[in-house]
Design a binder for this molecule. Structure first.
Ligand code: AMP
Length: 431
């Protein structure tokens, strides 16, 4: 079979089964459902409630929320204009969730909202292993609490999710970005240090020097890292309050027995962070598994008169799958139908067609052939379905109102009255 169409680069189909294309292994839908279910179970255990927001949002809101100078907004948005409105496919969910929180006055539903999400995001990045243009994020936000325990809770739920899959050996780095005032002073110092050295910087870093010098600290280039060795460090620009808050976050995370390192060079690409920021990495991947932080000022950027304390994490599903694959994780098998109906002859086919419906009404999972093929072909299909029971019916059985019931595991077959069929299947399935 063939088609002249392909899925768009950087996107992928999830099929009923696993497959590999262009070096990326894509798991089947059953694995996705399983992973999604497990993630949601952990969210429930931590008392998070799921929130779903639209796939597209006003560009202005995303630009304001994520930051005009961020890579996402400057380079990676799938955006378009219709009429006099600018739209963008959501590149992340923190900004949309804060929008929804403010718009729906969720503060009136309780002083602290614990919201979780799982769904597709879109960024026009260069596709690579674990990097897509349509990818999936799961994450959680605690909105309404300025308590450092909220920051630690976000770390805890994130680690519990990886723990639920038995993944350990991850690297958690934590830092504080301080208040905007502290950051402004630091940015100025960093600029003063780097400006006379800008010849030695990459083009990208030179561009960032003016608009967002903090991002230069993110560099993966060794010669830039060496240059930054003697640069001023953010920690020296933090006031007493910021340090005390950060110490409390660290000590709460420590109390939970979660290993981490503090890293004063950790800054994150998104502008809305203040105070705590953290990132989770694995040896299996170049990019991060998850990023997180506190973003108390986002609400004000969205027009709320006051800041709303908030902290959350966002993690990539595809990257979780990479780590799971590398660890040789075995996903549960796709569950099979309870019974497969094999019918030979027109009358029997019609009987099977109607029988399937009545069995299904009684919560029995039924599969049957839709091609009118030979008994042999149908038996092959029954085998492939992995149904433990197969019902075989021909015209003769219809006359005697009986059916042949085959137990596939044992290879035994018996003829039973048609009237007993439902009961027999139910009895077998409940064993
Ligand atoms: P960010 O909002 O950029 O911190 O992203 C949070 C997480 O989403 C990252 O740590 C990745 O796991 C995942 N992620 C971000 N961008 C992509 C992408 N293009 N493809 C796959 N996963 C991504």
């Amino acid at each position: 079979m063939q088609t002249s169409f392909r899925n768009i680069k950087g996107t992928f189909d999830v099929l009923p089964q696993d497959y590999t294309a262009a070096g990326n292994q894509t798991h089947g839908s059953a694995a996705w459902l399983f992973v999604e279910r497990r993630i949601r179970e952990v969210f429930e255990r931590f008392d998070f409630r799921e929130i779903r927001t639209p796939m597209f949002e006003p560009t202005e809101m995303i630009a304001r929320g994520v930051g005009e100078t961020s890579d996402i907004v400057t380079k990676e948005m799938f955006a378009w204009t219709k009429g006099d409105t600018n739209y963008v496919l959501r590149p992340e969910l923190t900004a949309p969730i804060m929008r929804a929180y403010l718009q729906h006055r969720l503060d009136q539903q309780g002083p602290v909202q614990r919201l979780s999400y799982l769904g597709p995001c879109f960024r026009a990045e260069r596709p690579a292993r674990g990097r897509f243009r349509q990818f999936h994020q799961f994450g959680a936000e605690i909105i309404g609490s300025a308590d450092p325990r909220a920051d630690a809770e976000v770390v805890a739920v994130l680690m519990a999710i990886y723990g639920a899959f038995g993944i350990e050996n991850l690297r958690l780095r934590i830092n504080t970005l301080g208040t905007p005032e502290e950051r402004t002073a630091y940015k100025a110092a960093l600029r003063t240090f780097l400006t006379p050295r800008q010849e030695a910087l990459s083009d990208i870093s030179r561009e960032r020097l003016d608009k967002n010098p903090l991002r230069i600290l993110d560099t993966k280039l060794e010669y830039e890292q060496a240059l930054l060795e003697n640069a001023p460090i953010l920690t020296d620009f933090l006031g007493q309050e910021t340090r005390a808050f950060f110490d409390r976050v660290c000590s709460y995370v420590h109390d939970l027995g979660i290993p981490f390192v503090t890293d004063p060079k950790l800054v994150r690409g998104l502008d809305y962070y203040a105070h705590t920021t953290f990132e989770l990495e694995s040896d299996a991947l170049n990019g991060a598994l998850a990023g997180a932080g506190r973003y108390d000022l986002l609400a004000k950027d969205f027009g709320n008169p006051n800041p709303v304390p908030a902290v959350g994490f966002a993690a990539g599903m595809e990257r979780l799958f990479v780590v799971l694959s590398d660890a040789g994780y075995v996903f549960p098998e796709v569950s099979a139908p309870d019974v497969f109906l094999v019918a030979i002859g027109n009358e029997a086919e019609n009987w099977a067609f109607r029988k399937a419906q009545s069995l299904r009404k009684n919560d029995i999972r039924v599969a049957f052939d839709l091609k009118g093929r030979s008994m042999k072909a149908q038996m092959r299909e029954a085998d492939r379905s992995r149904a433990p029971l197969v019902v075989i019916v021909g015209d003769q059985e219809l006359v005697s109102e009986s059916v042949n019931l085959k137990n596939m595991a044992e290879g035994t077959q018996e003829t039973i009255p048609e009237l007993d069929l439902m009961h027999r299947i139910k009895r077998f399935s409940s064993k």
